[in-house]
Ligand binder design. Structure first.
Ligand SMILES: Cc1ncc(COP(=O)(O)O)c(C=O)c1O
Length: 423
C-alpha cells in the first residue's frame, strides 16, 4: 500500500501519518477492508453514520428517488421530498423555515448570515457575535471565525472576524466545582451581552471537536435566559448533536432550550449523502420578506435541497421515529461499560450523554497533538476497533445499530489498549 498519487486527505499530515486503510465495503457497524480485515466503526465515520452503514431502507429510498428526480435547481422549483422534509423537521424542532445547504460548515454559515442580515434588514446596529471557548463550527471562514482559535485556524487567524468568547464550563463524573465555573461563565456572558449583540452560537450539551466537552442542561437554560433578556438571537449548532446523539432527538430539546436557528448536517441523511439544513423561526423568515431587493437572502448552493439527500433524510427520520428507544436508551448501554473503565489509573474525567461516551487519558498535555491518543488508536485497531481520539480524549460515538457484542468489543479493546499503554 502507498499514498495515492492523486488524492489529498483531510486533516492528514502525510509526513507523519500511516497510510489510509483501503475500505471495500461497509455493513452495519463494520468496515470491511480490501485485505480482508474487519473494523468496528466506533465513531460513526466522523459522526455521520447514524443507524449503520448500508442501511437498506435508506439505500432503497435513494434508489427510488434517483429514478424519479435526481437534482433540480431549487430557485424557481420546489419538490415533494424537500417539502416533506421541511414539514417534518419544522414539526420536530419548532422552527418553521428550512434553508438547505451541503454540509455542517455551510449550515452554520447560513445560520450566521441569516442572523446577521436579519438585524441589518431592520436597520439595527447590533454588531457583536458571541461564541464559546473550545467551540468548533466548521472549516469555512465564517464557521472558523465563530470557532475557537486553534492549530486548525492558525494560518488564517488574521482573516477571521472577532467574536466575544465565553468560557464553556464542561463537566464530568465526580466534578466538584462545576457550579462555580458555570457562575463565572454566566457572569462573563452577562458582561458580553451588555454590548449590542446580534447572535450567540453554541453546540448544545456537547462541544464535539474540542474533545466531547459536555455541559449541564441547566447551564444552557441560564445562557438562553441571558441571551433572550439581551434581545440577541440564539443559534444552536446541532451538526453533531442532532438526530438522537444526546439521547433526545435534538440536544436543544434535552437541554430545554428553544433556539432561533438550528444548524443540522451529519446524521441528517443517516450519513449517506452530504447535506446541511438550517432551521429558522418564522419571525426571522418574515424579516426577509420585503419589496426592497436588498432584503433578499442572497445565498444558495448548486445542490440546494438535492432530492436524493432529502429522500435519504426522510427514510432516516422514519427509522429514528419508529425506534426512539435506540437513541433514548443508548446511555444506559454505555454507562456500566464506562464505569468499569473509570477505575483505570490512566482514565480521567469520564463523561457520557446519549450515544457519546468519553474520557481523558491522563497524559499531561490536553493538546490535539498529544500522541497518547494515537498510541491507543493503534492498539484498538489491532483488536478490530476503529477509534479516532481527539488528542488525549478518547470517545465512542457508535452507530445506533451497534450490537451489544460489538459495543463490548469496543470497550474490551480500550481496556487492553490501556494495559499496553501502562506498561
Ligand atoms: C458542531 C459542528 N459544527 C460544524 C461542523 C462542520 O461540519 P462539516 O464537517 O460537515 O462541514 C462540525 C464537524 O465536525 C461540528 O462538529
Amino acid at each position: 500500500m502507498r499514498w495515492h498519487p492523486h488524492l489529498w486527505h483531510p486533516t492528514t499530515q502525510v509526513a507523519t501519518s500511516p497510510e489510509p486503510f483501503q475500505v471495500k465495503r461497509a455493513r452495519g457497524c463494520v468496515l470491511e477492508l480490501s485485505d480482508g480485515r474487519r473494523l468496528i466503526d466506533a465513531i460513526s465515520s466522523w459522526w455521520v453514520t447514524l443507524h449503520g452503514h448500508g442501511e437498506p431502507a435508506i439505500a432503497a429510498a435513494i434508489g427510488r428517488q434517483a429514478l424519479e428526480l435526481e437534482q433540480v435547481i431549487f430557485a424557481n422549483f420546489s419538490h415533494e421530498p424537500a417539502e416533506q422534509l421541511a414539514t417534518r423537521l419544522a414539526a420536530l424542532t419548532g422552527l418553521e423555515r428550512l434553508f438547505f445547504s451541503d454540509n455542517g460548515s455551510t449550515a452554520v454559515e447560513v445560520a450566521l448570515k441569516i442572523a446577521w442580515q436579519w438585524w441589518r434588514n431592520q436597520g439595527s446596529e447590533r454588531r457583536q457575535l458571541i461564541a464559546f471557548e473550545g467551540a468548533y463550527h466548521g472549516d469555512t471562514f465564517g464557521a472558523m471565525a465563530l470557532g475557537d482559535r486553534s492549530i486548525f485556524t492558525a494560518p488564517y487567524d488574521t482573516l477571521l472576524f472577532d467574536v466575544a468568547r465565553i468560557p464553556w464550563p464542561h463537566t464530568h463524573w465526580g466534578d466538584t466545582d462545576v457550579e462555580q465555573r458555570e457562575a463565572q461563565a454566566l457572569h462573563a456572558l452577562e458582561q458580553a451581552v451588555a454590548t449590542p449583540t446580534a447572535a450567540v452560537i453554541l453546540e448544545p450539551l456537547i462541544q464535539g471537536a474540542s474533545g466531547m466537552h459536555m455541559v449541564r442542561p441547566a447551564f444552557l437554560r441560564a445562557v438562553q435566559q441571558r441571551v433572550r433578556a439581551s434581545g440577541a438571537l440564539l443559534i444552536a449548532d446541532e451538526v453533531m448533536t442532532g438526530f438522537g446523539r444526546t439521547g433526545a432527538l435534538f440536544a436543544s430539546q434535552r437541554a430545554g432550550i428553544q433556539p432561533d436557528l438550528i444548524a443540522l448536517s451529519k446524521g441528517l441523511t443517516g450519513g449517506f449523502l452530504p447535506m446541511g439544513a438550517t432551521l429558522a423561526s418564522e419571525r426571522l423568515y418574515q424579516g426577509f420578506i420585503s419589496q426592497e431587493p436588498a432584503h433578499t437572502f442572497f445565498h444558495g448552493h448548486s445542490f440546494t435541497a438535492n432530492p436524493l439527500g432529502c429522500a435519504a433524510a426522510l427514510a432516516s427520520l422514519d427509522l429514528l421515529q419508529h425506534n426512539p428507544e435506540r437513541y433514548q436508551q443508548f446511555e444506559s448501554r454505555h454507562t456500566p461499560l464506562l464505569e468499569e473503565l473509570a477505575g483505570h489509573p490512566l482514565v480521567k474525567r469520564v463523561r457520557c450523554l446519549g450515544t457519546v461516551a468519553a474520557f481523558e487519558l491522563d497524559a499531561g498535555s490536553t493538546s490535539y497533538l498529544n500522541p497518547i491518543g494515537k498510541q491507543l488508536q493503534r492498539h484498538c485497531l489491532e483488536q478490530g476497533v476503529y477509534l479516532r481520539p481527539l488528542g488525549n480524549v478518547v470517545y465512542l460515538l457508535p452507530p445506533l445499530g451497534i450490537s451489544e457484542a460489538q459495543l463490548q468489543q469496543c470497550y474490551a479493546a480500550i481496556h487492553t489498549a490501556l494495559m499496553a499503554l501502562q506498561r
